[in-house]
Design a protein around this ligand. Structure first.
Ligand SMILES: Cc1cc2nc3c(=O)[nH]c(=O)nc-3n(C[C@H](O)[C@H](O)[C@H](O)COP(=O)(O)O)c2cc1C
Length: 336
């Protein structure tokens, strides 16, 4: 794969935030609540698979969590630079939490989640349901900035709650708060994870309306080819692949290689899964369903391999099934 294009090399450059803090590059893992457990993070760190983290959301409700508790939430992500993501409806607690998080070593920024579309979150008025009131997002970002001890303030949004036609109004309000970045998941809240044919078109709209705001694109990045295609077609400044990391935990490293014009090597997910099983099995509080959730994503619910794993979830049985399979994740030699 050859890609000596400057716009791709730029993805490998740092992003500077207020207060001298910075992210090392612009290809970051999309947060995944429930998947990015302590064990998943440890395995990703041990295999050296990413440059920094955006954490899954920390839910803020009627109170401001204590500093010790918040620090504990960040422990699995250390020692890499961290964008801490928060979600909630109480502006004063979101701002007070921003103050605490931004004061921690290693936190380069705080991000407000206005993108989550789970039914529980929407019912509570948080996540993507806040896209129905973009001025609330604007005012909350301003308060977060006011309270911040330094570093960046960003927001994750979708292209609308009901319809992508809401996007211009959302962007107008959100950009008035001058966030350091916006992450745009191109689906609407209602679309949840359904396929949308015009995802890149929606990102292009955002790019056109906000030429000077740092824009991360997210949605269906499962290979280096898809990542480079998104950047080429939409001119986003950065990307945050999420579910693709379950299919190929090396995905970020592969995209980085493709941006340098190198061909990513073939990958075999087996050693990663075996280490994950080991880490989960030695932790009495480990989430055993994690391995099933990841393998379901890789091989599909109907695959013989997944069915075999689901029928016997003892670690020793899972190790046997996974070791007996030889699955490689190939990246094609498409020219860029
Ligand atoms: C299991 C799961 C949990 C997620 N949790 C979060 C989260 O906590 N915060 C967030 O901003 N996005 C979350 N997302 C959304 C992803 O970060 C990403 O934006 C979305 O999945 C689209 O990217 P993809 O198609 O590459 O997965 C989650 C997605 C999944 C599948």
């Amino acid at each position: 794969m050859t890609c000596k294009k400057d716009y791709l090399k730029k993805l490998l450059q740092p992003i500077a935030f207020p207060g001298g803090r910075a992210l090392p590059s612009r290809i970051l893992p999309g947060p995944m609540e429930g998947i990015m457990t302590k064990e998943f993070c440890q395995a990703m760190l041990e295999f050296d698979l990413l440059p920094a983290w955006i954490t899954p959301f920390i839910r803020i409700s009627r109170g401001t969590p204590r500093a010790k508790k918040l620090d504990g939430r960040l422990t699995p992500f250390r020692p890499l630079p961290i964008i801490a993501q928060i979600m909630g409806t109480y502006r004063e607690h979101l701002a007070a939490t921003t103050k605490i998080l931004s004061g921690f070593d290693g936190v380069v920024g705080v991000e407000l989640n206005c993108a989550c579309s789970s039914n529980t979150v929407i019912r509570s008025g948080a996540g993507s349901s806040q896209l129905r009131e973009p001025e609330w997002i604007r005012d909350t970002l301003l308060k977060m900035r006011e309270s911040s001890a330094g570093g960046g303030i960003g927001v994750k949004i979708r292209s609308g709650f009901e319809s992508p036609e809401e996007l211009p109004r959302i962007l107008e309000a959100v950009s008035a708060a001058r966030p350091d970045w916006i992450v745009l998941h191109y689906r609407t809240g209602r679309e949840m994870f359904r396929n949308v044919p015009d995802g890149h078109e929606r990102l292009r709209t955002a790019r056109r309306l906000l030429p000077d705001t740092f824009l991360f694109g997210t949605g269906d990045l499962f290979s280096a080819e898809q990542a480079l295609e998104m950047v080429r077609e939409t001119s986003v400044d950065g990307i945050t692949p999420a579910r693709g990391l379950m299919h190929n935990p090396w995905l970020i490293r592969d995209i980085e290689a493709a941006c340098r014009g190198e061909t990513p090597p073939e990958r075999d997910v087996t050693p990663f899964l075996l280490r994950l099983i080991e880490l989960v099995s030695v932790n009495p509080k480990g989430r055993h369903g994690l391995i099933l959730e990841i393998t379901r994503n890789i091989w599909g619910r109907e695959s013989e391999r997944f069915k075999a794993l689901a029928s016997d979830t003892r670690p020793s049985a899972m190790v046997k099934i996974i070791s007996s399979a030889n699955f490689e994740h190939r990246t094609s030699n498409v020219q860029y």
